[in-house]
Design a protein around this ligand. Structure first.
Ligand SMILES: [Mg+2]
Length: 434
């Protein structure tokens, strides 16, 4: 129905299109194109200067074109005269190998060629803050254990309802909304789907939550740890592999906890590649203040620090909540919606192809008894460790391509260096008199 965008504009009353893409740092870029010009743009794409965004390019590079994917069209529920489009980046008539959406599509095609289709569902946690982001927006939201707090949820009903109504109208199948474990923190869930569909929706959800919060005089942030004493914002990823016949390949009644050998090998791959995976699932300096965190005021961080898996127990990196799927609790709100699932798929396929053994399931509370576990790997303590692990990972380099790994690690190392040159108050407090 949306194949001809000019036709779709007439049918749907769209006056402008946002032709958008996500760069290596997860930032959403766009051009606003009048419907009268969309036919040409649909064929040739909208032009951008790649270097001006977070892509490994130079000012001397030729035009970068964002060619819209007509199937991704979403009419903004809060401003229906605008149609949003995800797009694929092209330069010199070739797909850009470092572009996040291209990387995910290539990884999905590779998996498809050997009979695997990944489905994902993401749990996007976010804070509603005041407009400058310095404090949560609701002064009365100050309980020590605020999770599922009905009154705090209802004081933000107008915002949550508008976002949920939007998802209902878009047919995403939203099914629950709640106040999360930190004061000012919320989560909204919609149905899982094919990994590319979920990734596009993940991008749009963040844009939508921010836009609707702004309309209500608030700010929605997906920053992993905006308040140091409060639980951080995760983006837990529920994952399963499906066959071409529509069967869930992770499901096996006879398997331990209803998970198949393929599922356990996939977990083995996530465990084997966990440190490198963090460069994509936990991609900011701030990400490492969520994982490896000390206990928060609510009593638990709800985020992992070790590379372990378990059954229905939220204190580990991987949880098997139910037959036929796993939940990776590693990703945070800053995870790139395309690169995180691409890396998860690559790591999981490595596990299947090399029949990686995930080891024994640990049925213990990692928050209180983690010290008793022998031999489990620890997650990287900071972004630099994760970048270095990614640089060394032949698995992710082979699967996601050298142009992505080289461009990404270069820009992320520059980001780490910029952070390292920043003098903190902690250093002054602890070093001035030494
Ligand atoms: Mg949650």
């Amino acid at each position: 129905m949306a194949n001809d965008l000019a036709h779709a504009a007439k049918e749907l009353g769209i006056k402008y299109f946002l032709i958008s893409y996500v760069d290596l740092f997860g930032a959403l870029r766009a051009k606003l194109v009048p419907a009268a010009a969309i036919s040409g743009m649909q064929k040739a794409g909208a032009g951008f200067a790649g270097f001006a965004t977070w892509l490994d390019m130079t000012p001397a590079d030729p035009d970068l074109f964002a060619v819209p994917d007509a199937d991704s069209l979403i009419q903004l529920p809060w401003k229906p005269e605008i149609g949003w489009l995800a797009s694929d980046l092209v330069m010199n008539d070739e797909l850009v190998a470092q572009a996040p959406r291209n990387v995910l599509k290539t990884t999905i095609m590779g998996a498809d060629s050997i009979g695997y289709q990944m489905k994902t569902g993401v749990e996007c946690e976010f804070f509603l803050t005041n407009p400058d982001g310095t404090a949560i927006s609701d002064g009365a939201d100050n309980a020590t254990k605020p999770c599922y707090d009905q009154s705090a949820l209802m004081r933000r009903y107008e915002v949550i309802k508008e976002i949920c109504d939007s998802m209902l109208a878009l047919g995403w199948g939203p099914y629950q909304n709640d106040h999360e474990d930190a004061n000012g923190q919320f989560e909204m869930n919609w149905d899982f789907d094919d990994a590319l569909i979920t990734a596009d929706r993940h991008v749009f959800f963040k844009f939508m939550a921010r836009s609707i919060a702004e309309k209500h005089g608030l700010r929605a942030t997906f920053m992993p740890k905006p308040f140091i004493d409060l639980t951080g914002s995760g983006c837990h990823m529920h994952t399963s592999l499906w066959g071409a016949d529509g069967s869930n390949l992770f499901e096996d009644e006879a398997g331990e906890l209803g998970l198949s050998d393929i599922g356990y090998n996939f977990i083995g791959g996530l465990i084997h590649n966990a440190e490198a995976l963090c460069a994509f699932t936990n991609p900011t300096v701030n990400s490492y203040k969520r994982i490896n965190a000390p206990r928060t005021v609510s009593g638990a961080t709800w985020s992992p620090s070790s590379v372990t898996y378990t059954g229905n127990n939220r204190t580990h990196m991987i949880r098997i909540p139910d037959a036929g799927r796993l939940e990776l609790r590693l990703p945070d709100g800053a995870a790139n919606p395309y690169l995180a699932p691409a890396a998860v798929l690559a790591a999981g396929l490595d596990g299947i192809q090399n029949q990686r053994d995930p080891g024994k399931r640990l049925d213990l509370n990692m928050y209180t008894d983690g010290h008793k576990v022998r031999g489990a790997k620890k997650l990287p303590l900071n972004l630099l460790d994760a970048i270095r692990a990614l640089e060394k990972s032949s698995v992710l380099r082979n699967a996601l391509g050298a142009p992505l790994i080289e461009g990404y690690t270069k820009l992320k190392t520059e980001e780490w260096n910029a952070y390292s040159r920043h003098l903190t108050q902690w250093e002054r407090d602890n070093t001035l008199d030494i």
